[in-house]
Design a protein around this ligand. Sequence first.
Ligand SMILES: [Zn+2]
Length: 119
Amino acid sequence: MPKHIPQRTCIGCRTVQSKRELLRIVRTPDGHVVADPTGKKNGRGTYVHKTRECFENILHAPGKLQHALKLETRIAPEDLNALMELAKTFPATDAMETEMKGTIIEPRRAHTQATQQQK
Ligand SMILES: [Zn+2]
């Protein structure tokens, strides 16, 4: 008889894959969001590929993760940072090591025309 392999959907790219190819992210009872490499932590979990691409995908849109975990509040920034740090340890899906291009967008200066009103 064929062994049943549990399938889960990666919330980063929506691909259905066997559970073991994915990393579980769990909502802890105290409302934190942490990676669960063992897959055994209690709490509501969701799955994402162990790739930088899929992680960046969800970290750029944390609302998706929040929704998947049925969180009523926003995910704490420190939790997102921790996941971001973890994502850096994963290989990029591109064969080439893609460096994060830190494009710094200069804040546009508002053209405040000071109308000099003198009393
Ligand atoms: Zn994925």
